[in-house]
Design a protein around this ligand. Sequence first.
Ligand code: SAM
Length: 408
Amino acid sequence: MDAATDLFYTAAVKKTPAPKKTTSSIRRTKPESKIDSQSAPVSAALMPPAAVIPEVPPKGKAAIGDWIWTCRPGFEVDLAQELLLLSPKCFAAPLDGPFVKSVRRPAILPVLGRQVLCVQSILSTKTGSITDVAAKISASILRGLANEKVVPASSHWSLHVWGPDTEEGKKQSAAIAQWQTAVVQKLQADVIGLSDPAALGRDKSRSYDHVVAQVCFPRAETAWVGVTRQGELPSRFPGGQRRLQLPKGAPSRAFMKLDEALEWLGVAPGPGDICVDLGAAPGGWTWGLLKRGARVIAVDLGKLDPDVAKMRNLAHIIGNAFQFSPPEGVDWLFGDMVWRPLEVAALIARWGKNHWARFFVVNIKLAMKKKVEMIYRIKTILEQAGWRDVKARHLYHDRDEVTFVGHR
Ligand SMILES: C[S@@+](CC[C@H](N)C(=O)[O-])C[C@H]1O[C@@H](n2cnc3c(N)ncnc32)[C@H](O)[C@@H]1O
């Protein structure tokens, strides 16, 4: 038995005391309610002061030159606050729909921004036939490519045509597909040798310099056109909508949060890596990690899905994640506990201080009003604990929660 295997099995048999509370009583606990004696106390030294969150102005209107950000519907005010925090003079203001505008792009991308476009043209779709409007959109794109000094017939640029990720937006999806076809046809008529820029493989768009022409339809009657370098964008996917399919056998939709997080991180556990998954049940993350060939110590107050529990290379510990510690350092720490965010942050900080894992990917729930303040407090707590390159992102599959990653 090698050292890693030894560690894996030692951890598996190590007993973690089960908490007195039942899972259901914990789930019912309101965030920010009184401290439970079972949880790790949050050290005062770990508590950075709360950021002063700026006032958000009333709704505005998009104008040429604005940066227009999209977010998960319902997060517009939070995103505007975050933009103002990152760049006080960016004049961020919510727009109609899941959009926020700012007059400049902060140097640091906001956690809550799924995608952004710098508006070069605002076009009305009602001013002519679909062919006429597609011609105007195509002309605007070609102007943007010329500004960016990109040869239009090259594969150095992609086209993203998208609408808001709302119920209203979903109803527009057939119309958006028609617009995409019309714009591509017009571009191909104007540019000899152009292959479909909307169908370019995402791997081609990995480089900072790759150019992305975006056409966003915030409503059926309006199109915003913008041409930007990929390095300025939060996502490589149209509208930041990274849609994933739930694979057969995955026991929970949470699987997609982890898959998206690992894709964003750009590094993932491989065969033989030892992973600890805190708050693992019913087992979507654990299942995904096992499928990647990793060995997993899954810790949860509750049981795993029976099909996951039967899988090889898995040790399941029914117990409290706050009382679990690995006998030796592991490769990866994962966490998706429904629990008070500052206490989860303090737990991940403890793992960082003790060098118990090399990488972490943790989803922290933000069911409170002051989300922006909480995100930056958590980030500081993790950085102060020695985690490096701590990044946070409101991923497409994240709901009222944000994914944090970092390494030692
Ligand atoms: C959102 S679910 C996790 C879903 C899981 N990542 C998946 O892929 O299926 C949250 C889990 O956190 C667990 N949890 C909450 N507090 C915990 C604690 N103190 N210790 C261990 N597990 C905890 C709950 O029992 C619940 O199963």
